[in-house]
Structure formats: C-alpha cells, structure tokens
Ligand binder design. Structure first.
Ligand code: C2O
Ligand code: CU
Length: 502
C-alpha cells in the first residue's frame, strides 16, 4: 500500500506549487555529499584471448545497490552492478555476449546505436524475450567507433528505470589524444519514502504523460560522485543519458568544453560548447580542460529545461563534482582540427512523414495549469484519470503496418511533432544525418534526436548492410511503451552475408 500511494503523494505536492517546480521533483533534488572512490563501472571481463574477439557474460539479476552512503536500493542489474559492466571493443571486433536472465520477468538486450544484424537487435517482438531462467547469445561485429549503450527492450520504461543499462565503448584509430578518458552514465531515480522504487503499475497520469523523473541524480550508479582530474590535463568524457525521460542539459563553468563526438562517433571538427543537451538515449563525447591551473572543485550542473507540460520549472542541481588536482601531466599533441571526414548523404530516393501524436491523460481535459488536477481532485483524480496514449501516424504500437524499405537506398524522414511536448526520436539499425531547413545534411551521424514540441525534424539515412525488421520510437520509454513506436522492413540481400546457395 505504501508503495502504491507514494507516487500520488509526490504528484499532489507538485500541484500546490505547479509552475515553480518539476512535477515529479516538487522539492527539487535530494542533495548528497560528494563521494570519492572509483568513478567508472568496472570493465567487462573479456574471456577470449583473440584480440579481435570480445567474449563476455552478462547476467540480469536483482541486487541491492548502494547509491550513496546510507542509501541502498533494491534494483535490477547486469552482473550485480549499476551500470552493468562497461563493454570495451575496437572497431571491427566481434562481440559475443553470453546472457542469462535471473529476473522474474522476460527481458532482452538491445545494443543502442550499434549497427548489428536485425536478429541480434534484442527487440522482443522480433527476437522473443529471454524468459526468466533462460539464456541466449548475442554475436555481432561493431562497425563504428563511438559511445553506445545497452538496455532491455521489454517493458523498457520499467526495466531500464530499475537499473538495467550499461555502456558499450568502441575505440577507433582517430580518437584524439587525452590524459584521461571516462564514461559518465547519467540517470535519475525516483524513490519513495521507504527508499524504494515506486510501483510501475497504476502510475499517475502525469508520470505516464511526461515520464518518470527522479529526485536522485546518478552518475555511474552513484549520487554525486567526485572525479579527480589533473588541472593542466585534457580529459575525454563520454556521456550517455540512460534516464527514461529526463533531459540532461549540462554546464561545466570554469572549463573549456569541446564536443568531439555525437551518437555516431567523431564529428568532422571539434565544436566549443557552453551547454550540452543530452536527451534520453543520446550520447556525446567531449574534451574538457580547466581554465585555471589552480586546483579547485567544480560542479557539473544540470540546468532546467522545459520539454512540455510544466517540466521546466525545477531549479538547477549538481550532478557530480570535478576536482582539479596539481598532478603534473606530460605535454600532448594539439587537438587535431580535423577529426574525420563525413560525406553528406545524397538526395533521398524516398521521403516519409511520421507524425508524433499524444492523446488523453493529464494535460488534456480541462485540468489545471500544468496538466495536474487541482488538489481536491487528487488522489482520486490521479487514480481515475484517463491514461495517455501515444502514436505515430495515428497508430499506437503495436497497431499499424511496418514501412516497406529497400536495402542500400537513402530515405528522408520528416518527423513531425504535433504534440505539446518534446520527443527524443530514435531509429534502430541505421545512423542518420539531420537535414536543415535549406536541405543540407549535417556532417554528423546520430541515432537519437530531440524533436521539440510543434516542430519538424528531418533525418536522412542510407539503409546500409542490414536487411530485416527494425524499430523506431520515442526514447522517453514511458511513451514508447504506450504506443509511440513503429517498425520498418528493409528488404534485400545483406552484403555482409554470403548469399544463399542457388
Ligand atoms: Cu535505446 Cu529502441 O532503444
Ligand atoms: Cu515521447
């Protein structure tokens, strides 16, 4: 009972202060002392001596995870840790993952952003979930260098929130020189008063509408970790937003922050950035350098961002602290001005239009300012509110037919956001280039992009190498699981496999 009531209470409190706070973090964020200690998740153990094969075991298993001193939470994990082990490979390696499911529910592992064959993509409808107690093996080649991640594709809103996620790093020959390299897996967790995750059944309409936002910010599974870095060094950070719905808009005052990579690996040229926005599912590679050689502590700040339905009212918060030290480092070569070449994709052979829709739930039907009912209506109003549904071209997945596509063609998709909030749009199996208003493709590869409310984003992709059935969806996982998802079928013979004997 306590579990079921908790999210409603959070929501009721939010109503009295609508507009000034995040609907689901009415008191802002819980504050923690900076925690020293190992910063990254341990790397996965590669059991194959062949340097071009990465062979690891992953077990999905419930475990108690200590997020901060005195705060231990029952979660779902890979190998008993959150995040799961960091998988490291070199571009072109074969990765083999022997997976066993010790969870009470079926699950899969999806390799977000990695261009794998369709039957290795870990999406339940195509590959079937791995039942409780069962095993499977995923094998694929990693064709692109970059920062990727892995997570389930079954009830992902619940399973990812419970802690099932990990980084997958693919190293390439062009990675620029740095004194250190760290992966930052960014998450937020909502805890109830018992210090546990609130129920995933009967969630409030506001949670269904905007997604679950937590009050505990996590980097690599810890609340407010401390990272020590030489004040005179150049440091490579790989950031991954694994939160189900939170947008991480970040700033690091006192540092020069240069973005060198997106979802799909290195940019052609480094870009200086003031703030960095990572929507759910998205990654960025940056290089940071302290502006002052004097050792000091700097907070990595989360800035408010309005993505619709009153989500932008929160105050800023500290995600982690970077402590610059007096450690002396050797001189590195200058940052290269060119990181790599990316050819813009040609004019598409086919254009599609995908209209993102939302209906029902909080925010529609005459509720108060920010889609929250008045105090008097709650909690009954919360329990009885019509849950929202989400759609693409009017179909709420699994309704609707897949798009039919042809291998090796270039398609351009106009993703039209007809709703009152932003949606981070993600495509499986292929990488895309954004196309601007003049029709010019961006020289960067991505697989996840924000589509702000009431705008259209165009993305162009070549359907390379991997025929089969693929998914696309909003990466606010509460939206994906409520219908904002679809499929496309790419037909043709894979150039990467021998053609069948006549
Ligand atoms: Cu990380 Cu289908 O997504
Ligand atoms: Cu969405």
């Amino acid at each position: 009972m306590a579990l079921r009531f908790a999210p409603l209470m959070v929501w009721v409190v939010a109503c009295s202060t609508a507009g000034s706070t995040d609907p689901q973090s009415p008191h802002g964020f819980r504050v923690f002392e900076a925690q020293a200690g190992p910063f990254e998740a341990p790397a996965a153990v590669d059991r194959d001596p062949d340097p071009t094969v990465v062979d690891i075991s992953l077990e999905a298993v419930p475990a108690n995870i200590t997020l901060a001193p005195g705060l231990t939470v029952p979660m779902w994990t890979y190998n008993g840790i959150v995040p799961g082990p960091r998988i490291e490979a070199n571009v072109g390696d074969t990765v083999r993952i022997r997976f066993r499911n010790f969870l009470p529910d079926g699950t899969t592992i999806h390799w977000h952003g990695v261009r794998v064959p369709a039957d290795m993509d870990g999406v339940a409808r195509l590959n079937g979930p791995v039942a409780s107690g069962d095993t499977t093996t995923y094998t694929f080649v990693v064709p692109d260098a970059g920062t990727f991640w892995y997570h389930p594709h079954v009830r992902a809103d619940e399973q990812v929130e419970r802690g099932l996620y990990g980084a997958l790093i693919v190293h390439g020959p062009d990675d620029p020189p740095a004194h250190s390299s760290q992966t930052l897996v960014l998450d937020d967790l909502l805890l109830d008063q018992a210090g546990e995750l609130p129920t995933f059944e009967d969630v409030s309409p506001i949670e269904a509408m905007v997604g679950r936002q937590g009050d505990v910010l996590l980097v690599n599974g810890r609340a407010h970790p401390l990272l020590e870095l030489s004040a005179t060094g150049r440091h490579h950070l790989r950031l991954i937003n694994v939160a189900t719905s939170r947008y991480f808009r970040l700033s690091l005052p006192g540092y020069r922050v240069t973005q060198i990579g997106t979802d799909g690996g290195l940019l052609p040229t480094p870009r200086l950035v003031e703030t960095l926005m990572l929507v759910p599912g998205e990654r960025a590679d940056v290089v940071i350098e302290a502006l002052s050689a004097t050792p000091s502590d700097t907070p990595l700040r989360l800035l408010p961002y309005e993505r619709g339905h009153g989500t932008g009212g929160g105050s800023s918060a500290t995600v982690m602290t970077i402590r610059s030290t007096a450690e002396v480092v050797n001189q590195l070569d200058d940052m290269p001005e060119r990181l790599r070449d990316i050819e813009p994709l040609p004019e598409p052979a086919l254009r599609r239009r995908l209209v993102l829709g939302e209906s029902g739930g909080a925010g529609h039907g005459g509720h108060g300012d920010h889609g929250a009912p008045s105090r008097e209506e709650a909690p009954e109003g919360a329990a009885e509110g019509e849950p929202p549904t989400f759609s693409i071209n009017g179909k709420s997945f699994p309704e609707g037919e897949p798009f039919m596509s042809t291998l090796e063609t270039v398609e351009e998709w106009a993703v039209v956001n007809d709703t009152e909030m932003d949606h981070p749009f993600h495509v499986h199996g292929f990488r895309f280039q954004l196309v601007d208003a003049t029709g010019a493709p961006e020289r960067a590869y991505r697989d996840t992009v924000n589509v702000p409310a009431k705008t259209t984003v165009r993305l162009r992709m070549r359907l390379e190498d991997h025929p089969g059935r693929w998914m696309f969806h909003c990466h606010i996982l509460e939206h994906a699981e409520r219908g904002m998802m679809g499929e496309f079928e790419v037909s043709g013979l894979s150039p990467l496999r021998p053609s069948p004997a006549p």
